[in-house]
Every structure is written in C-alpha cells, then in structure tokens.
Design a protein around this ligand. Structure first.
Ligand code: SF4
Length: 493
C-alpha cells in the first residue's frame, strides 16, 4: 500500500476534480449544489424523495427519476402511510395507486420514510459522531436503507460521508491506497477511513470528494462527455491520474494487450522504484510504510497476494504494530498466508526493535509532570484518528514514560476497557505508575458516563495493585479533559 505526502494528496484530488468537472457539466453542477447544500435544512419531503430514489435505484438527478420518486412519495402520503410523530399523517385523500410495490415492500419503505422525514431526523444525525455512527443509526432504524444504501442516501442529502461501494474501492485498490479489494464490511470500513483521511488532508469536504470520485469511477453516471476514467474497464490512456498511478503506468507499458489487469498482474505491475527493497535502497528506510517494511521481512507473498498485500493484511489483523509485537507464534500463524518461518522472522525483528527502544537511557525518555504534558505528548498521536483508542502510558519512578501501549480500540465502554488488559503490561514492566488516555474523535473532550465509570474502576484497581493511576486524559482535537485536574480521580487513596 502506498502513502501519499500532503502535496501528492492535493495534486491527486486536484487532478481528479479538474478532470471530472472539465469533462462533465453535470458533475460540475452537482458539486456546486453539494457545496451550497445543507443537509440539516433539507425539507422532509426532499429527504423522502431522495430516500425512495435510493431504495429503488432511481437517478434523482434526472428529471424523470425525480418525478417518479416524488410520485411514489405522494402516493404513500395519500395512502395515509406517513404519519407524523404527533399521530397526524401527511396526505389528504386515500389513493391506493402504489402499484409497483408489493405490500411488504410498501410497508417497510413507509416505515423507513417515517424515520427519515421525521422533524427530529437532523437532530438525531447530529447526535452521532461520524459517518460510521450515522450508518449504524440508519441500519438500526431503516430496513430498506442499510450499509452502502444508507451511505448513498446520506451522501445524496449532502451529509459528510463517503460511499464505500465497489467502484470507489476498486479505484483505491488500483491507485495503491488500499491493499485488497473484498466484499466485506472490514474492507468497506478501511475504504471509509482512507477516503476520510484523504479529504481531511486536502481540505475538501467528504461530500464533495465523494461526488467527484463517484463520477471518476463511474459510480455516478455522467453526461455524454464521459468523465468516468477509472470505471470497470479503466481508460488509463488519457486519465489525468495516469502519471502517478502504478496500475495506469503498467497498463500503458503493456499496451493495448493489457486489457484486463487482475490482482496477480498488479503484483508484478509494481514498477521497480515502487518495490520496497528498491525503494529502501533509493530513499532510505524512513520513506517506507510499515507494510512495506514488513514486506521486506516476509520476502515473498502467497499465490493470492504479493508480499506488500500480505504485510498489510497482517497489520490490519493485529490492529497496530504494538499489538503485532505482542502476538504469539500461534496467533501469527493463524493469519492466512503466514507460516512459522515468517512468524518467527517477524517476532525476531520486533524483539530487536523493542530492545533498541529500551536501550535508551532513562533520561532520554519523555517525562510527564502535568496533564498538559500528557496532552502535548499524545496530541500528535491522536491527530486525525477517527476511532476511539484507549492507551496507557507506563511510567518509571522518575515519572518518565517507559512505554506506551494500546489497550483498546473502538467505541469505548466498560466492557472494552477491562482492568485486566489495562494493567497487564504495567505489571509485566513493573511500572511505578500509569496514566490512561483516550481520544474523542468528535473533538469534544467532555467525559461520558462510561468514561467516568471506567476511570473510577481503573483507579481502584491501580490502588489495589500498587500501581497508582495518576490521571486519565481525554484528548478532543485542540482541547483536553483531565480527571486529575478536575479532582474527580478516585481510588488511589
Ligand atoms: S491511470 Fe488507470 S487505473 Fe489509474 S486511476 Fe487512471 S484509469 Fe484508474
């Protein structure tokens, strides 16, 4: 997998944007609408119309598609199926004209629309943090709009989200930003994260980049001036991204004969300068991603994936380098494609890295004397992280950080942050004290009820083990909350 510098990311998005908008007037007008649009103030009937279009696969941007979806909405209203929260229903006269829907489909669609057209819908969306939580909200409340469909609907109303459908993921894979292309939830989740990071770094809204990518990959139909370069059959010859795309360069090298480049060919499609070993020799080890470094250790891939893809899969399975360093040979060999020889090689390399890092003198390790020190130390680490992550800083007797470990990742609650896991490494390392910290991707560091309960539980455990919990810091963007500073850290007495 490749990583882009900020400049490369800007160049990439700009080339795609100019290409798409220059080719397709329709794309230009949709982007313009998205820029002006505000999903929070969209009228309920407009939301309803777009939801119907999404469920039935109608193009709401085409006048005939829009009329069709609106007619179905009016039919459902007239049939008295769209009740308001106060019990009244929209529509004045019953008109059973909904001929194209089966009764069951009609009932489920009406139930979805009642949720979507409810006046409280924008407020409910505002309450959830981020695109994944928005999709979860839709999944819980809508039968006909789940996962990719719900992302499509949210994108249609200009909510800041990406649609991780196959065309967009296929582009990520071809361009080298994603290691594999699979029809799994994890693969879609990875794509959402990569695209979100890209938009964030370039400074473009998720909604806008999603639309541009939709036209570029053929997920959204353009007008006659076809702007879909990277569709099922890519048109690399005149693609604006071709100079920076390994897949595109390979196809051009192979000439017209390379009409279908599959996964295996993509492995050999890596140009010499992109291969990890050559890249390391040319630009130094610091220029390689963790997956590329790991690929050098693995040396070879499998029949199904080349070494970089295998390395990326191993890192994804482990969750982080830190966790990889703590996996046993048995756990490692359970990963498909990773045999005992490769597993032992990984363990040996990580053990060397561990010894190297612990060979620094204690005076070289950063010290923490205040909550602000903790915040300053962790702010770069949590920057742009879209998932919550709970970390522990293990301190020595001089309050210097001897190790930082990841305890848990995901929506943090009491069951995910268990004292046993939280203190396991502190006990192993004979730490003198510990500081816990986690991030709030929403940017608001205010502690939740779960955060407060977790803190009290950990502080009590620390007191029993003789490893005091000095603080629990919540990092939210440019701000932080400290349980120690606020005087609410209990249990160390
Ligand atoms: S060069 Fe080809 S593979 Fe690469 S982004 Fe363009 S169309 Fe897709």
């Amino acid at each position: 997998m490749r990583t882009l510098t900020d400049i490369e990311a800007v160049d990439l998005c700009e080339a795609m944007r100019l290409g798409v908008m220059g080719r397709s007037p329709r794309a230009a007008s949709v982007v313009e609408e998205i820029r002006k649009g505000d999903w929070r103030s969209l009228p309920p009937r407009e939301r309803g119309t777009l939801a119907i279009a999404c469920v039935l696969g109608i193009d709401p941007m085409a006048p005939s598609g829009r009329r069709h979806a609106r007619q179905l909405l009016i039919d459902l209203e007239n049939a008295g199926m769209l009740h308001h929260a106060d019990g009244t229903h929209v529509g004045e006269a019953p008109a059973p004209v909904i001929t194209e829907l089966q009764t069951k489909d009609r009932d489920t669609l009406a139930a979805d629309l009642r949720f979507i057209m409810d006046d409280r819908f924008p407020a409910k969306l505002l309450q959830v943090a981020g695109p994944m939580a928005a999709i979860e909200l839709m999944n819980r409340n809508c039968l006909r709009l789940k996962d990719t469909k719900s992302a499509e609907f949210l994108a249609m109303i200009a909510y800041p989200i990406f649609v991780a459908d196959r065309p967009r993921r296929r582009w990520l894979f071809r361009y080298g930003l994603m290691g594999e292309l699979k029809e799994t939830r994890g693969n879609r989740h990875d794509a959402l994260k990569i695209l979100g990071d890209l938009a964030h770094r370039v400074g473009v809204s998720d909604a806008e980049l999603n639309i541009i990518l939709g036209f570029f990959t053929g997920a959204i139909k353009a007008d006659s001036n076809n702007a879909a370069w990277c569709a099922a059959e890519p048109r690399c010859g005149d693609c604006p991204l071709q100079p920076s795309c390994s897949y595109g360069r390979f196809r051009l090298k192979q000439g017209a004969a390379a009409t279908s480049v599959g996964k295996r060919n993509l492995a050999t499609a890596m140009l010499p300068e992109d291969r990890p070993r050559e890249k390391l020799a040319r630009a130094g080890a610091g220029s390689l991603t963790p997956a590329e470094l790991l690929a050098i250790l693995l040396r070879t891939g499998t029949d199904k994936e080349h070494a970089v893809e295998l390395a990326a899969k191993i890192l994804r399975t482990a969750g982080s380098l830190d966790r990889l360093a703590h996996m046993s040979i048995g756990e490692l060999t359970r990963i498909e494609g990773l045999g005992p020889v490769k597993a032992v090689t990984i363990q040996a390399a990580l053990e060397l890295a561990r010894r190297l890092s612990s060979s620094t003198t204690p005076d070289e390790q950063p010290s923490v004397t205040s909550s602000r020190d903790v915040y300053e130390h962790l702010r770069p680490y949590f920057l742009n992280r879209r998932k919550e992550q709970f970390v522990a800083l293990l301190l020595n007797s001089k309050r210097r950080i001897q190790r930082q470990i990841v305890v848990s990742e995901g929506i943090l609650n009491q069951s995910l942050v268990h004292p046993r896991e939280a203190f396991q490494e502190a006990v192993k390392d004979s730490a003198s004290a510990v500081i816990f910290a986690h991030n709030h991707p929403s940017g608001d560091p205010k502690p939740s009820r779960d955060d407060i309960a977790i803190t009290h539980r950990l502080a009590k455990t620390g007191a029993i083990l003789g490893i005091p919990v000095l603080d629990h810091v919540i990092v939210g963007g440019d701000n932080y909350y400290s349980f120690a500073e606020s005087g609410t850290l209990e249990g160390n007495a």
